[in-house]
Design a protein around this ligand. Structure first.
Ligand code: FES
Length: 107
């Protein structure tokens, strides 16, 4: 298990446990955070959009084309820190990761 620090859309911080090899999106939902994940984790809905904080972006694998296409369709896309949490596979290098839930929007 790894710990992920999360700021919600009201700026409140909390921490969730994430399991190795599973997408961050599931950990956020299981931790009670308002992440819909309506596409089930296929980079098809954008509802799991997060901002990766505090230099953690460098620890993540580069996004695939499908993720980038979805991110770029989002109004709140920030090239420096936007990722889809369903495409972030948790592992030891991400223990202590800090993310902020992006504003809700519909694609
Ligand atoms: S859950 Fe749909 S894009 Fe991540």
């Amino acid at each position: 298990m790894f710990r992920v620090n999360v700021f919600d859309r009201d700026g409140q911080s909390s921490a969730v446990d994430a399991e190795e090899g599973l997408p961050l999106m599931f950990a956020l939902r299981e931790g009670g955070l308002p992440v819909e994940g309506t596409c089930g984790g296929t980079a098809g809905c954008g509802t799991c959009h997060v901002f990766v904080e505090d230099g953690w972006m460098a620890q993540l694998a580069q996004p695939q084309a499908t993720e980038l296409d979805m991110l770029q369709a989002l109004e709140n896309y920030d090239p420096a820190r936007s990722r889809l949490s369903c495409q972030i596979e948790m592992g030891p290098q991400l223990d202590g990761l800090v993310v902020t839930l992006a504003p809700e929007e519909f694609v």
